[in-house]
Design a protein around this ligand. Structure first.
Ligand SMILES: Cc1cc2nc3c(=O)[nH]c(=O)nc-3n(C[C@H](O)[C@H](O)[C@H](O)COP(=O)(O)O)c2cc1C
Length: 178
């Protein structure tokens, strides 16, 4: 097995992070790998908000928890949407076809790049619940999402304090037409 395949098979979501900040070079590499993801028609119509400010990360987490509560999805006290990771990247896109797929390629590229450097990550879909407690304008301002773009997904990073084995993969879900 080559190293790329090994890294892909090794990647797991991390939910227990060291508070230590990533090195600039590591973060730059992760972002670069994200930006080298494919996008439909090569539009690269995405935007990244890279958040390393703990206070801001906590504020966004609280906003999401409040939004979840508004629709009856209570979280345990102390729940942190980003598991106290020191880095959060919010991905938003211009509202065009395939934006979500493009964003998915982008975050997975970043997750695999992180794994290759022994950095943990967790893709976070729940950030969208921020908008249950705030208007689109307020939420976009908090997440620094530019005009004409909308929130897709986020992903958090940090040095992992845990190591997990991959979960078993479902079987009988591949058909071949030969
Ligand atoms: C689109 C998407 C949204 C996700 N949202 C969350 C989330 O909000 N919180 C969380 O803890 N994990 C989230 N995850 C991580 C999944 O729970 C995780 O990938 C899955 O349980 C498989 O585990 P693994 O990543 O360790 O292989 C998300 C993953 C994807 C792809």
């Amino acid at each position: 097995m080559n190293q790329t395949v090994e890294t892909i098979l090794k990647r797991r979501s991390t939910r227990n992070f060291d508070s230590k900040m990533l090195k600039n070079k590591e973060l730059d590499t992760i972002i670069k790998c994200g930006l080298y993801a494919p996008s439909a028609k090569d539009k690269q119509n995405w935007h990244l908000t890279v958040i390393t400010n703990k206070q801001k990360i906590d504020e966004i987490s609280q906003g999401v928890v409040d939004g979840l509560a508004k629709i009856g999805l209570e979280r345990d006290p102390g729940f942190h949407v980003f598991y106290h990771a020191p880095v959060v990247i919010v991905v938003s896109s211009k509202i065009e076809g395939y934006s979500e797929v493009n964003a998915g390629c982008l975050v997975e590229n970043m997750a695999i790049a992180a794994t290759s450097m022994n950095i943990g990550s967790c893709i976070i879909g729940q950030t969208k619940y921020l908008y249950k407690g705030q208007t689109i304008q307020e939420g976009n301002r908090l997440l620094r999402i530019p005009e004409g773009y909308e929130h897709d997904i986020s992903i958090c990073f940090g040095y992992p304090l845990e190591e997990n084995e991959p979960t078993p993969r479902k079987e009988k879900i591949v058909d071949y037409i030969k």
